[in-house]
Design a protein around this ligand. Sequence first.
Ligand code: DP6
Length: 338
Amino acid sequence: LGRVVTCVAPVNIAVVKYWGKTNEDLIIPLNDSISLTLSTEHLRARTTIKTIPQSNDITFELNGVTEKLTKRLSRAIQLCREEAVRQNTATQEVVSAGLTIISDNNFPTAAGLASSAAGFACLVCALQHLYGIQGDVSAIVRQGSGSACRSVFGGFVRWAKGHREDGNDSIARQLFPASHWPELRVLIVVVSDHKKETSSTKGMQTTVETSDLLKFRTEVVVPKRCEDMERAIEKRDFPSFAELTMRDSNQFHATCLDTYPPIFYLNSTSQEILMLCHDYNQKKGAATVAYSFDAGANAFLFTLNKSVPEICGLLQARFGVTDFKGDPVSDFCLHEEH
Ligand code: DP6
């Protein structure tokens, strides 16, 4: 008989960013990264998987459109099947059955809003439940899309680059639950919902091949920054957290500019938002808001609960935006929906 599982997965936003791999196939990163997991109220991926016992076809539908099965998708399925057989949680008959995979995001796909992160985390979660796989699946999720492995956990998460050549110790772990810092808020300012021009995968590959700055970033800057970031979060020290977050976003975009030919993810609106944050912090005499940009023009703003109304007012006056999505960090992590 066919089985059906539905999972929901959150987006995560890196405050110390991942950019560059040592192994393209296994997706082993050049440096550790640290992220915050958001609630699934505004941004989430949802995946339903059905097994089709009489077939071995796999079909994949994303936001209502039938898509080709990518290499990474097939690989994630293959890894889950192997793990289920290894753990003896599913029979050969179950793991060789065909699959119908139906996914959707409640936000623009591939616009730099971490949709692939939520998407892969969600897919592996659904397969995990379908096949009864036990234990940490972040190493499997990582091989679908690197940043996705951080969406396996809620709260504040660190993904270690690890030391092993097979990547088995390149896994995510929770640093602190969301309840550690409940006043922290993330505002998502959607500047553009267009598909980004250079995918993260391709972009970071070119950066690794051509940027001199990346070596300095991954070897010298990031190891210390990860320790400083952990300490800032531990102490709930917002000014330090904010400065480290902004510096890391800026340096990531600087390595993009140092790529040859250069990659630009920020547009003039992103730059205006960035300067607005610096002006506001200067007026306040301390870092009160921080920005972070991924491989796209959209801004993620971090602030404490008490400053949200003022910052929203500022954005409204400047850009006329009225629709804000203000999320707390969330303990929600992958789960099965019933
Ligand atoms: C800028 O995880 O999308 O968002 O591993 O090739 O799938 P692949 O790349 P991806 O890269 C995300 C890059 C980033 C920074 C981050 O989330 O750490």
